[in-house]
Design a protein around this ligand. Sequence first.
Ligand SMILES: C[S@@+](CC[C@H](N)C(=O)[O-])C[C@H]1O[C@@H](n2cnc3c(N)ncnc32)[C@H](O)[C@@H]1O
Length: 269
Amino acid sequence: MSFEEFRTQELEGWDERAESYECLTARVTTQAIPALLASIRARVGIKVLDICTGPGFAAGAADAIGAIAEGIDFAPSMIATAKKRFPRLNFRVGDALALDAPDASYDAAICNFGVFHFTDPRIALGEAFRVLKPGGRYAFSQWASPKESALFERVFGAILKHADMSRIPPSPDAFAFSDTEKCRQALSTVGFREIEVTPVPSIYHGSADGFWDEFLRFSVRTPIMMRQQTIEAAAAIEAEITAAMAEFEQGGMLAIPMPSFVVSGVMPG
Ligand SMILES: C[S@@+](CC[C@H](N)C(=O)[O-])C[C@H]1O[C@@H](n2cnc3c(N)ncnc32)[C@H](O)[C@@H]1O
């Protein structure tokens, strides 16, 4: 099955979100950065590639520890934002499925919430493996599945109930890597050893007003799905999700558990 239409829409979606990303999506994605950097044993002087860097926060945190950090992302406006925020670092447009780096050129690679966006995650894992030096470490973060995530359970429960999924372009399963056992197997198949899983208790914080509008700007895949729905279905989804969020409101703010985890492995050698 070809996911090319999905890839085009994802690229357009992320490219449009570079400006708003840092005060919305990054508030949650940055919560996994400490676990990612601990998993690769980040330290002074090691060379780290941040794959799917977005506005560059994980690369920026690795740099703050003293690592020599670089970042790639396929969305040009994400790279422009990263360069503006962290002008000393090397950020460039690039594809995680065909990294522009030679074999064995980094001590570590990280990918903060990127793997489930790929049209072929196994190729991307192989690319991360290829660019690592022997003994190098790779770590990626991933959302927990809807059955373990209050936010995704409510959002995808309502979408699956009311949406016509046959209208959506074919796309890779967003939660295929939400099973930690499958992540271990995928890393081990590529050749990684010493695989570790670290849970991250991430929480979505936002205003109680307008959660749904905010979430449609938070992600790219959800608006891709919603654009294809009838007005009636879209209204039913919004109403159900808005009602469900009341449970998480306190003093006008929402705090919704959206757990994630970090998986890491070591390149033998
Ligand atoms: C959820 S954002 C994560 C951004 C960032 N890592 C963070 O810490 O918040 C996913 C990012 O992956 C990028 N992306 C998706 N597919 C990609 C690919 N094939 N190659 C490079 N970047 C990709 C998107 O442009 C987007 O910036």
